[in-house]
Design a protein around this ligand. Structure first.
Ligand code: 5GP
Length: 118
């Protein structure tokens, strides 16, 4: 079941222009910007402009145009990292999601180590 969207979350406020961000790409449906506390030399967040809580909400309810645009923006950024990258999306308590607006983390710029702690 999808949680209700909280329109006071940080990324909703960024989308409304209430909080500044360092934008790296923007389209009609998608915004990409630098993470405020980067885990890697390159750490970009990609968010849809629509109000979606997480991956499952976005994949189930976004339009085909939104979904295509979102992934094309993310892919174009990743394509610049010849040595590779990692794409992560957290959801809910077990996933460690802090901001309840769907986003991808694009991580690159150094070897990233094991995928996850066992
Ligand atoms: P999550 O844990 O929800 O997957 O990731 C949320 C990410 O948002 C974190 O990596 C955190 O550093 C980032 N973040 C939180 N607040 C802000 C903010 O105000 N601006 C930016 N650019 N990133 C933020």
């Amino acid at each position: 079941m999808t949680k209700a969207y909280d329109d006071q979350n940080i990324f909703a406020r960024i989308l409304r222009g209430e909080i500044p961000n360092k934008t790296v790409a923007e389209t009609e449906h998608t915004l990409a910007f630098h993470d405020i506390a980067p885990h890697t030399p390159n750490h970009i967040l990609v968010i849809p402009k629509g109000a979606y809580v997480d991956f499952a909400d976005f994949a189930a309810h976004a339009t085909a145009e939104e979904i295509t645009d979102f992934h094309r923006v993310a892919a174009k950024l990743c394509a610049d990292w010849a040595d590779g990258y990692r794409v992560i999306s957290n959801s809910g308590t077990h996933g460690g999601q802090e901001v309840p607006h769907y986003h991808l983390h694009l991580l690159a710029g150094r070897p990233l180590g094991p995928m996850i702690q066992r």
